[in-house]
Design a protein around this ligand. Structure first.
Ligand code: ADP
Ligand code: MG
Length: 565
């Protein structure tokens, strides 16, 4: 996975100032935001470099996922923080495009700096950027390529573009195929309900052992007091199974149990064991008379109960997570009961099949529900838990990207082609806008080209020559020319032919996020610290900010908006 390394940087400039105003505040904010985008700039695209992140506790993560880096960085500068918040939204809502948004925001601020130096007012810049962003978002539809929900090759291209650079080309292909297959299982009428895809990161095996399982995969975390399986007599597969769900434990807590027996004499103990046996038999009778074949229990199950259930041919699965219990409920139509005594046949559900098997270090149960609520699970493997978790994170983004593609039905060319096209259009559009905003729109166009410039640089191409060539071919209305960065080669060419495409929603949100972040910083011209560290005691923030203008965005610092320059 590692392709290089650069060290992890901490931005902590914010704590040093108490009050900055006018150009100082602006310069400081812009510098912090640019520093942030500088850190992740080299990770963009399939040839992006990895960063080695070293935590304060010595843990090490290698990744080139911009969102994942920013998420783990300790950022204290308020302006940089506000940008990170915007990027985090991009990541959680859209699942991709975070690095692009951050790099674009940094470039918009670099452009803003020189516009400010040339005497443009901050509000003029913000207005120009907003106009440019709106125009670019409209123009995106010019670039749109329609995709139908069953267009597997196109869906795979989108998935591969979204995960490219995280692994080798082969590995990206492998994962893209799995992700598309998973989404196709649950897609209904062009809608994708991501709740029906279960993702599990399981260590102890190669990435290529990752597998797609039709049905719901539930961990069978067996109690640690059970060294050997208590269910050797049970089949591994239950066809047409009746499923029961219990939201309680199947054991007696001796100290506080309902029996409240004292266990002082051997007689007492004997009596307690008989009582215990009675209760357990009652549990088992209840479950058996409800006709249950497989019972999922949210808490623990006593070994004796499990043994008795086994004798009745019933598989008992304990410590099923609440959300998984609900998923089993949805998939089978079973209703969880609060205590076993309430369990009746009416509460049970049906599964076409419940199978148990082991996946690396864990045993799982696979539930194939019979209610038409389809579920699919992707078991992501990795040599260590950390690797498997990082894979899961990238795959989560991939599923979002696929759901946008299917639900919106449109993609745009990647590899910088769309940005070059939009830049060309914006330069023409700028001439139609009266007033100084025109300059900001031109600056926005220049900033957009940071994406192809960065992609070119990452592959060792000359960024200036590349931009010149791309501009020329877009001028000849060739909308799909961009950078094609493949395993060993890097060239300028038709990116759609090269299957480098992204959901329109990703590009659109990245543009909007970057503009929002840049404008937020451009508009700030005063920073007022509301707590002073040397004071030695904490101020009550609400009280202390009384004299200042509090940011309406809910950011944890006070900002004075002074508009009247
Ligand atoms: P982000 O967090 O913005 O998604 P990535 O590191 O995933 O950042 O890089 C995305 C950029 O890389 C997009 O501009 C995308 O079009 C581009 N890209 C992806 N695959 C290729 C490829 N094979 N060739 C050229 N550009 C690519
Ligand atoms: Mg990406």
């Amino acid at each position: 996975m590692s392709k290089g390394g650069s060290s992890y940087q901490v931005l902590s400039r914010g704590s040093e100032f108490h009050q900055l105003d006018g150009r100082d505040a602006q310069a400081d904010n812009i510098a912090a935001a640019k520093a942030l985008s500088e850190v992740i700039r080299t990770t963009l695209g399939p040839k992006g470099l990895d960063k080695l992140l070293v935590g304060s506790d010595g843990t090490v993560v290698v990744t080139n996922d911009g969102a994942s880096i920013v998420d783990r960085m300790k950022i204290t500068h308020p302006a940089a923080k506000s940008i990170v918040e915007i990027a985090a939204q991009q990541d959680s809502r859209i699942g991709d495009g975070t690095t692009s948004a951050l790099i674009l925001a940094g470039e918009l601020l670099t452009e803003a700096e020189s516009l400010l130096e040339n005497g443009l007012h901050q509000m003029t810049i913000a207005r120009g950027y907003t106009l440019a962003c709106e125009r670019a978002r409209d123009m995106l539809y010019d670039q749109a390529i329609p995709v139908s929900p069953d267009d597997n090759p196109m869906l795979q291209a989108v998935a591969r573009t979204s995960v490219s650079g995280k692994w080798s080309r082969d590995a990206s292909d492998f994962l893209a195929r799995k992700a598309v297959a998973a989404v196709r299982v649950i897609e209904r009428d062009g809608m994708v309900d991501l709740k029906r895809i279960t993702r599990k990161a399981i260590s102890g095996s190669s990435y290529y052992d990752s597998e797609l399982v039709e049905g719901l995969v539930i961990d069978m975390e067996s109690s640690s007091t059970t060294p050997v399986s208590l269910e050797p007599g049970l089949p591994d597969v239950f066809e047409d199974a009746t499923v029961g769900l219990i939201d309680d434990q199947l054991t007696i807590e001796t100290a506080t149990g309902q029996g409240a027996v004292s266990l002082e004499t051997p007689g007492d103990r004997h009596e307690f064991r008989e009582y215990e046996q009675d209760v357990y038999e009652r549990y088992v009778d209840q479950i058996a008379s409800a006709g249950v074949d497989v019972v999922f229990c949210q808490k623990s199950i006593d070994d004796t109960v499990r043994y008795l259930l086994t004798k009745e041919g019933i598989l008992a699965i304990e410590r099923t997570r609440q959300d998984e219990l609900e998923k089993v409920g949805r998939a089978t139509g079973a209703r969880p009961v609060g205590t076993v005594d309430d369990l009746t046949a009416a509460d049970t559900g049906r599964a076409n099949r419940v199978a148990r098997r082991d996946v690396g270090p864990t045993d799982v149960a696979i539930v194939d529900g019979g209610t038409g609520v389809d579920q699919v699970s992707l078991l992501l493997r990795g040599s260590t838990q950390r690797v498997a978790d990082e894979t899961k994170r990238v795959v989560d983004g991939c599923f979002h990207v696929l759901s946008h593609t299917i639900e919106d039905g449109v993609v745009v060319p990647g590899g910088g082609a769309t940005e070059v096209h939009l830049a060309g259009d914006l330069r023409e559009y700028a001439t139609t806008v009266p007033g100084r905003e025109q300059l900001a729109i031109e600056a926005f166009a220049d900033a957009l080209e940071v994406i192809p410039r960065t992609l070119a640089a990452s592959a060792g191409l000359d960024p200036i020559d590349t931009i010149v060539e791309l501009r020329a071919s877009h001028h000849d209305s060739d909308h799909t020319t961009g950078l094609r960065l493949e395993n060993e080669s890097a060239r300028i060419g038709d990116v759609v032919e090269g299957e480098i495409v992204e959901p329109l929603a990703v590009t659109e949100r990245a543009l909007a996020s970057a503009t929002e972040a840049a404008n937020l910083i451009v508009r700030i011209d005063e920073i007022v610290a509301v707590t002073r560290e040397e004071d030695g005691h904490d101020h009550d923030h609400d009280h202390d900010t009384g004299g200042f203008v509090q940011s309406t965005e809910g950011y944890p610092w006070a900002v004075g908006h002074s508009m009247g320059h």
